[in-house]
Design a binder for this molecule. Structure first.
Ligand code: DER
Length: 234
């Protein structure tokens, strides 16, 4: 089974939580897009009816529109029944790092409004501690003086490097989120330490909007591995 097969398996298992009449948070990324496609498939087969999707990115909105999923937003549907989304890292407490697709702000807004947040991953995303795999912790910041904000973030943690995410396609220009902000990627040589304390320190920096740690938010993590699917519940 390829990694893509595993993503699809996890996504289809998560869609089992979706019942007719529900408001569904539609996640972003290569795993979540399988869940969006599966929901559309069941709607077209008549297996699911009266579903309203709340997309977490322009990319997911475009996919859902193309597939004919009825859409709305949190203004009209402040409570989401089930949100389904991928993650970059999942620790043993089901805390997540998300946002490598650049959609962390809208994802966190939608997923914080969900009664159930089902995370879908292949087994490669499971880590012992967030931020210790050498991958980035994304932080959404306003573009105004973003270099200064990145420097302030870097100084919060021992062994931390901060880089403004750039767009390869646009010869090194800063990546711009759906909300017209920048992303600062934080890299931790010595780990993040206490996650709650790190969250508060990051959010305390003026110019920071949100970060990609989703702490205590996941209800269930569906893990697709070579030996089968595991459901991790909080
Ligand atoms: O950017 C995001 O938050 C995505 O959900 C990411 O965390 C998972 O993306 P993937 O399913 O493509 O690995």
């Amino acid at each position: 089974l390829s990694q893509e097969d595993l993503k699809k398996i996890a996504a289809h298992k998560a869609v089992d939580y979706v019942k007719s009449g529900m408001v569904i948070g539609l996640g972003t990324g290569s795993t979540a897009q399988h869940a969006v496609a599966r929901i559309a498939e069941l709607l077209n087969q008549g297996e699911l009816t009266n579903i309203i999707g709340i997309p977490t990115s322009k990319q997911t909105l475009d996919q859902a529109v193309a597939l004919g999923i009825p859409l709305s937003d949190l203004d009209d549907h402040p409570t989401v029944d089930v949100a389904i989304d991928g993650a970059d890292e999942v620790d043993t407490e089901l805390n997540l790092i998300k946002g490598r697709g650049g959609s962390l702000l809208r994802e966190k807004m939608v997923e914080a409004s969900a009664k159930k947040f089902i995370v879908i991953v292949d087994e490669s995303k499971l880590v012992r501690g967030l931020g210790s795999s050498g991958h980035a912790l994304p932080v959404e910041v306003v573009p105004f003086c973003a270099k200064n904000t990145a420097r302030k973030l870097e100084r919060l943690f021992d062994g931390c490097k901060a880089e403004i995410r750039v767009c390869r396609q646009r010869n090194g220009e800063p990546f711009v989120t759906d909300n017209a902000n920048y992303i600062v990627n934080l890299f931790f040589e010595k780990g993040i330490g206490n996650l709650e304390a790190a969250s508060e320190r990051i959010l305390g920096v003026e110019g920071v909007i949100e970060h990609g740690m989703f702490l205590g938010m996941a209800t269930t993590v569906v893990v697709a591995g070579k030996s089968g699917v595991t459901f991790l519940d909080k």
